[in-house]
Design a protein around this ligand. Sequence first.
Ligand code: NOJ
Length: 507
Amino acid sequence: MKLLVVLSLVIVAIQGANVRHQRQFPDDFLFGAATAAYQIEGAWNEDGKGENIWDHMIHTNPNVIRDVTNGDVAADSYHNYKRDVEMMRELGLDAYRFSLSWPRILPTGMANEVNPAGIAFYNNYIDEMLKYNITPMVTLYHWDLPQKLQDLGGFANPLISDWFEDYARVVFENFGDRVKMFITFNEPREICYQGYGGDLKAPILNSTAMGTYLCGKHLLIAHAKAYHMYNKEFKPTQGGQCGITISVNWFGPATDSAEDQMAAEIKRQGEWGIYAHPIFSSEGGFPKEFSERVAEKSAQQGYRRSRLPEFTEEEKTLVKGASDFFGVNHYTARLVSATLYKEAVPVPSLLDDMDVGHNAPDDWATSASSWLVLAPNSIFNALKHLKERYNNPNFYVTENGWSTYYETGLMDDGRVTYYRASMESLLNCLDDGINLKGYMAWSLMDNFEWMQGYVERFGLYQVDFSDPARTRTPRKSAFVYKHIIKHRAVDYEYEPESLVMTIDEGH
Ligand code: NOJ
């Protein structure tokens, strides 16, 4: 009898292990890694590049950055791009997501003056990837607006949509023959809320009442104009896709009460629904409950119209459906309460409009970034919600990753745990029928983490920022990710034998 129990336990255990191993990613699932121009390129004023809002902000006021550093040299990818592609080959990446610096291509922001050295740099980068069958995924805007356009109001000026459309045309004309995946904007929430409604990113406008909303509306129109232009003028011959990336962290209710459920819904709408709904919902426009709330608060505050500027019918139609895929940057989660965990916030502001509190339970692992915790199955929770709300568009997770301090060095077990948990959550998405097509790890290498400078490190490769050569060294997580990509599955037993990296045959 005892033997029987033991035997059946062994069988169950083996089956369990098999089930785990059977959960495989399809061969055409795109595994990649991501970076952004200002965070890696350096060469801030080389070969005709114009000044961007980060150059300007930091050179004017260096103390806004935690360790008083900047992106002047960063990982120096402008000079190390061949090494970057070598790292992609070492990892066996299918794709690489990177961004173009608008002022490197158009130094003043306007399309009357194109910088040939900027075009040449990106041509070289792209061609080097293609040589090794790595699919380039190109973000047109990852936060580095030409300063000259900021001087004219940046995203607070409705003409930004024309300026962006002109820039996008230059991009499609020059790179669209080889690049088949374009992302217009990276993270509208961070551009608009953190940069315009707050002081957490350049241009630190801190215009709390309306900054977020004004920027949001203009950005969405800019995205839509570029999308339609690509569709009409380039897609027929180039045959690529054009989408947008929105940061979608998961916000679930702290309890099952109706108040907390509504609080979580309002939080989701205020954080990312205001960008996703106008594009991906069937009715278009800003999400209903949130719009009503801002309108109501605005009236109470004595405004003659809502601080959230509604779209005209024409604009609504322009924006609705304007994306070939939904790029999701997902990192973390919070539990939302209607009454608890509230903090003092400026009035009026997006935060006051939402008027909810949130919390991360103590047993969710913490990273080097205050906002980043490991929440159970949170990619799945986010994508399942988006699938149901927006009729299951094609999704790419365009960023996901974990921060450590420099001191953690190469043995980054926290990151390994995080990536493995992410893989399980991705597999849950695939099992559920979510149209998830790919996943980009943030980041290929350590880079300039915005206001946190070089304090918080996200790289699969460590970068030595004190070394003029900016030497890159693979961390343990690089080997684990490589193993996952190669086997299209998560093997919990896998431990790299050494941290010596090689390029596998065929890469
Ligand atoms: C999202 C942003 O797109 C990226 O630039 C940033 O470094 C990561 N989050 C990590 O904070």
